[in-house]
Structures are given as C-alpha cells and as structure tokens.
Design a protein around this ligand. Structure first.
Ligand code: SAH
Length: 264
C-alpha cells in the first residue's frame, strides 16, 4: 500500500483548536507521529482504536523519516502532528524532501500558530489601523543562526508587531535589541506561556523595562511567546482610529457607504 503522509498543524495546545480537516484526518489515521508533549492530547483524543501513536521527541530526523515511510507502506493515512502551524519552525521541508524522493505523496494541513493564540488569549489585536498594519514572526538566534538582515534590531526598527518565538530564555537579548532599535522603556510587552492550554495558560503584561523581572516572578522559562507591539493595551485607549472596513462612510464590495468618501 502506498499511503499518504499528512503534516497537520495541531494548533497551540487546546485540542479544540485543531482544524476540522486535521481532526477528520486524525480520526482516520493508521499511524501518528507527534511532536512532543504539546500535541499528545490531540493525538490520543482523536486517534481511532488500533492507531499506532509515537512521540518523536527522542528521534532524529532520519529516524522520523524512516518511521513515516515504513508506516506509509502499511497505512493509507499517516499523520505527522506538529504544534501550531507545521510551516513555522517545524522542520517541514527537511521531512518532505525525503518523502518526495521515496515517491510518497504528502500534503500539509495548516494550524493555528501560537502567535495568534497568544494574542487571542490576551484579547489583543495583531494589527490596528494607523498604528501598525504589519506583523513579523521571528525568533532570536539560538543554535540556528539568523540569516543576514534578519537580526532583531533591524526587524524591530519597523516598530510593527513582533511575535518572537523560541526566545523566552533569551529575553534579555530581546530587550537589548528593542532598546537598540529605539523602543521606549515603557513600550508594552506581552508574554504568554502555554497559550490556549486549558488551566495552564499564563499571561504576563509588562514593559520593555520590567518584562524580564515579571517573567522571572511567574517562573516562565519555556513554551512562551513574546509579543512586542504598538497595538498592545489598545482595548483601554481613550481614542482609536476607526477600522475602515466597518466605517459607515467606507464603501467596499459587500456594503455601500452611506456617504461615499472615495475609498475603494
Ligand atoms: N509551529 C509552532 C512553533 C514551534 S516553535 C507554531 O506555529 O506555533 C516552538 C515555539 O513556539 C516555542 O518556543 C514558543 O515560543 C512557541 N509556542 C508554541 N506553543 C505555544 C503556546 N501554546 N503558547 C505560547 N507559545 C507557544
């Protein structure tokens, strides 16, 4: 049998945040290889009886590829279940290339990334009219170096929303980069640990000056998203520029303006 391998985004942790498509595939899977503790709940919750379920945390990439190829020879649907979206820091292409080389069909089902889940948990918006219309998903250099031009200082100079993955243990470096890029000491910073995990989520709001101390007080040292954004706290601002989409004077495809203001 030549099975198909599905790379499925499990979402940020809450098993309800997997997509309907992802869940349907899990329910029919003959084998599931999941990535660590973050997604084991979804794997075990939706897998059918008799499904082979394996945690990949102690496997090398070569071992994972060999396991998946072997399972695809016996099952029509093989799932590689990953946190958030498979295309973000998920070693997706390293896995798909050997599958293609082996003549095995594969496809990707996207997932809710932890950046979106973190902002949702805090009731914050990634974009805001005339404040920022841009989101950068990035990380600090760890063992994986940052390509040229993508150092945090350069990215932070845009003063847009920065969602910083894989960097909570390097929070001091994030602070230094934001300072060098001209962010003020009172700039709001959000850290969310285990966003969407029922009962385990922690939301820490601070400023560039005090976020590190606050995270230490809360003992946050892993599985956390750092967000630096000029939109943070906007729910409590006194005034806000109106979003054009819902402005009564703005015409768009689905609604005629009460008073045409020349926008399209
Ligand atoms: N593919 C994943 C990211 C994997 S990299 C995604 O799209 O979300 C792992 C990093 O993601 C962690 O270091 C942390 O920064 C972030 N992360 C993953 N799950 C998280 C969660 N539930 N809450 C906060 N951050 C999370």
């Amino acid at each position: 049998m030549a099975g198909k391998v599905w790379f499925i985004g499990a979402g940020p942790g809450d098993p309800d945040l997997i997509t309907v498509k992802g869940r349907k595939l899990l329910e029919q899977a003959g084998a599931i290889l999941y990535a660590g503790s973050l997604v084991d709940q979804a794997a075990t919750m939706y897998a059918p009886e008799g499904c082979v379920i394996r945690d990949s945390k102690d496997m090398t990439l070569e071992e994972m590829v060999a396991w998946v190829i072997d399972q695809a020879s016996r099952n029509a649907i093989v799932v590689r279940l990953q946190t958030g979206d498979p295309g973000l820091y998920g070693a997706l292409i390293e896995m798909t290339r050997p599958l293609t080389a082996a003549g095995i069909e594969w496809a990707v089902v996207p997932g809710v990334s932890s950046a979106m889940a973190s902002m949702a948990a805090a009731g914050e918006s990634l974009t805001l009219p005339e404040v920022t219309q841009t989101v950068i998903l990035t990380r600090t250099a760890g063992r994986t170096p940052m390509p040229e031009g993508e150092d945090l200082v350069s990215l932070a100079r845009h003063h847009c929303t920065l969602c910083i993955y894989l960097s909570i243990t390097l929070l001091h470096e994030v602070q230094a980069a934001l300072r060098e890029a001209g962010w003020r000491e009172d700039a709001p910073i959000l850290v969310v640990q285990k966003a969407s995990w029922p009962g385990l989520e922690k939301i820490v709001r601070g400023t560039l000056a005090d976020i590190k101390r606050k995270c230490q007080d809360e003992k946050i040292g892993s599985q956390a998203m750092i967000v630096a954004s000029p939109t943070l706290g906007s729910a409590d601002w006194e005034s806000l520029v109106r979003s054009k989409l819902y402005d009564p004077t703005f015409t768009h495809r689905f609604r005629k303006a009460s008073e045409d203001n020349g926008n399209d």
